[in-house]
Design a protein around this ligand. Structure first.
Ligand code: FE2
Length: 150
């Protein structure tokens, strides 16, 4: 089995597309939908648009929900973050810098701006960086060296 896509519920698909394409420096829209099955409408009342956006091997499904509560910091079970592997430790530092560039650009609005974590490395040389997208969703970027036995 392998991961097929990550569903991202957002109040602003266009801003989310822009932020992801800027932050990850690329990506492409594969397809979009604006009519939905009964099942989707019952699972996700208020959905009106869905866009599949792919960054290298990772697909995101960005979709809107009418009346979404943007303050998602309510405790409870959830898929709390997604972890994406990058190719080098240096990339983690570049992503951290880019996060600040986008936050300072004034081009994006976010319900909360929480600074990224530091880039940290454990004793196996595994590096991690935690950032939030403009929806407040946490993305873990991780560098796992070949000899890290993970
Ligand atoms: Fe994690």
């Amino acid at each position: 089995m392998q991961v097929h896509h990550i569903g991202v519920q957002t109040a602003d698909i266009d801003a989310t597309l822009e932020w992801y394409s800027q932050f990850f420096n690329g990506g492409k829209e594969n397809w979009a939908l604006d009519s939905f099955s009964k099942l989707t409408l019952s699972r996700l009342p208020g959905i009106s648009r869905l866009v599949e956006f792919q960054i290298e091997g990772v697909r995101f499904h960005f979709y809107d929900r009418e009346g979404i509560n943007q303050d998602r910091r309510v405790p409870g079970p959830e898929f709390q973050h997604c972890g994406l592997a990058v190719e080098s430790a240096a990339e983690l530092l570049r992503y951290r810098e880019r996060w600040f560039e986008l936050a300072r650009s004034g081009r994006f609005k976010a319900p909360h701006w929480s600074d990224p974590s530091d880039v940290v490395f454990d004793e196996d040389g595994v590096g991690s960086l935690y950032v939030e997208d403009i929806n407040g969703l946490e993305i873990e970027l991780t560098y796992i060296p070949d000899d890290a036995a993970r």
